[in-house]
Design a protein around this ligand. Sequence first.
Ligand code: ARG
Length: 459
Amino acid sequence: MSNTIWSGRFSEPVSDLVKRYTASVSFDRRLASQDIRGSLAHAQMLVRQGIIQPVDLAAIERGLAQIAGEIERGEFEWSLEAEDVHLNIERRLTALIGDAGKRLHTGRSRNDQVATDIRLWLRDTLDTMDGLLQNFQKALLELAEAHADTPLPGFTHLQVAQPVTFGHHLLAYFEMLRRDRERFKDCRRRVNRLPLGAAALAGTTFPIDREWVAQALEFEGVCENSLDAVSDRDFAIEFCAAASLVMVHVSRFSEELILWMNPRVGFIDLADRFCTGSSIMPQKKNPDVPELARGKTGRVVGHLMGLLTLMKAQPLAYNKDNQEDKEPLFDTADTLIDTLRIFADLVPGIRVKPEAMAAALRQGYATATDLADYLVKCGLPFRDAHEAVARAVRAAELKGCDLPDLSLAELQAFSPLIEEDVFAVLTVAGSLAARDHIGGTAPEQVRAAIARARTYLSQ
Ligand code: ARG
């Protein structure tokens, strides 16, 4: 005797394999608290509208409270027979309180129920995410402040380009995370709409009050169209897209950490607690955490592709396909949460090696642009200045020295406009200080950016 909810319609039970294939309880049980919360609001509305009786509500509230306790204590018996989180809870409720439990599903379908649960879950997740991104930003800001003056070779094409400060470099990531937070915030607005009331797809014949339920569950409003309400998963895709960008940012940072930690570069060292050794090579200290974060980016981007493909060409309204939305969504959130937690801890453990950064700056003619700008300020057109400096760099290269190591006479061979004051321009400190405008790398500007960032973080 099958005990599934719809058994009356069927003449044979599903096979065990099909049962396992179609069940989602192994992963959607993590929606249990959202499911209970949604059921409570729905039941309260049913009473307010005179659709069920207050005694039913009292029983439902008592039963759901008990179930919540059982789940929390790990005593709840999840069963594959009942397929998913919704039916598991409903079945237990009916076992506990009888007919009132069977009345809970009046005017509702699992289709609007599951959409509501996911939205409630994602809303909480987005709030958690914002706090974690903020902590990561704080960690970057602290380190940036400590290194507002520390010169670092800025790269383009991974070749020495111009001096920047390490603080300025870190603030670039701060900006990426600021946009990430904005994207999540924007995503939250579209997550925060109530599907309940759409029922299976067309709405319900009962005189429900969707606005009341929306308010009770702190949604900003209701989904306007019942077909869309049960079948829309845009919000999950948006979340995964924003999450993918977070991971892309983390992967860029990770790549730099890995590069900076390579002994040939040696700009930083990571705290031992984020690294592991090799089972065969005793000398190794591997930057495992950044490497894994870089790798896990592929996983999160993959989930985005998975969800997009899941929804592509799906006809209206609900289709069982949609059950496949949860695992990528959950795994995206879990991966992000762990990654962000770890990075907020990893950043303060970065040991910066300013000497290695300074040494690298002495090798790549990082102030060549400054010399060109100097000549322009003396009246030379920029293209001519560029050419004069290119020749100077070649001469320095042949001599095996840096630009400021050339004598004034040697430099004047490339342009008679060059005077003694050129040497202030050719120093790293001079180069940095000269980029003195908003968004520039002058230490004064970096400190101003840090001050603005602090104000932003305190809002
Ligand atoms: N477990 C389902 C899901 O995750 C719940 C909705 C099922 N609805 C249905 N009519 N089979 O999407």
